[in-house]
Ligand binder design. Sequence first.
Ligand code: FE2
Ligand code: FE2
Length: 153
Amino acid sequence: MALIEWDEGKHLVGVEEMDHIHQGFTLIVNRLGETLDPSIFKSLFIQLLEHTQEHFSTEEKLMEESGFHGCEEHRHEHARVLKQMSYINEKVQTGKIAFGRAFVEDLPRWFDVHAVMMDNALATYLKETGFEIALGDTATDIIADSPPAPTAL
Ligand SMILES: [Fe+2]
Ligand SMILES: [Fe+2]
C-alpha cells in the first residue's frame, strides 16, 4: 500500500524544481512502506536521508536567492526533521527497523502539512515575484550559450 497518495490538488506547488523533488520524496517513502526486506529498508532509508538533505538545501537556496521573508521558520522546520531523520537512520542501520517504520508511517501526515503550508508559501512567493521565470531564463541561457554541436566533415 502506498503511504503517500500523490494528489495534484494538494501536493503540487507549481514550481517545477520543487514538484520534481516532492515526487521523488513520495516515491522513496512509498518504497519504504512497501518493502518487507530489512536490508532493502536500510538502504532505502539512507536514500531518503540523502534525498531529504538535497530537498531541503534546494528549497533553502531558493529562499535565500529570492529573498523570501518566511525563511527562518521554514528553515527551522527542515532542521528539526533532518535531525530526527538522522537519529532514526542510526537506529535503522543497527537493525532497529521498527523505529524506521514508525517514523516513515508518520511522514505522509508531515508532508501534507509541510507541502500545503510552508512549501506552498515559498512557491507562491517565487511565482508572484517572477523568480521562477528567472530560473527558467537562466536554464535557457545556459543551453543557448553552449557551443554548437560539431558538424560532420
Ligand atoms: Fe519541500
Ligand atoms: Fe520545505
